[in-house]
Design a protein around this ligand. Sequence first.
Ligand code: SF4
Length: 191
Amino acid sequence: MGLSRRDFLRVSGSAVAGSALGGLIGIGADLGPARARAQELRIQDAKATPSLCPYCSVGCATLIHTIDGQIVNIEGDPRSPVNEGTLCPKGAAIYQLHMNPNRPTQVLHRAPGATDWDVWDLERAMDRVAELVKKTRDETFLERLPDGKLVNMTPAIFSLGGATLDNEWNHMQQKLMRGLGIVAIENQARI
Ligand code: SF4
């Protein structure tokens, strides 16, 4: 790719504005090969271990690249007839499941009315959750509707799953919630 003086100034201006990348794209530069090369270099000495995305029953195949036991990249496995190297946005973020330094690693509790979070140990937090679930269920449990129809449910608890819950967790969550009589259950993985 040849850059004229005008193009160079335009790229530089874009960089000052925040992104040289945006400037290069702006003048029509094809960054695909550079990106592919950067990715190639990143994993060239890595060990590739086949695995599966844990998030839904599609079961997309992945390749986990490691260097000295550290994950440096996770991508779709092109050999898989299921996903042919592709991953949905959720699967494409699996790397973050392992490596994101922003993941909370402690139980945080904010008391009613408080502005700060306290660190709780896990046992204490689990006991508190169990205590409140039982109390709420006992107080709101409906065995029958006014017309006599048997329902055995509580309308007072809602279970909301997140995008990082995997198949197995969702299976157990359903069993637990249904067993408690909770019927309002939602999770992100509805594929
Ligand atoms: S969550 Fe996405 S990447 Fe993972 S198995 Fe399901 S479709 Fe595939």
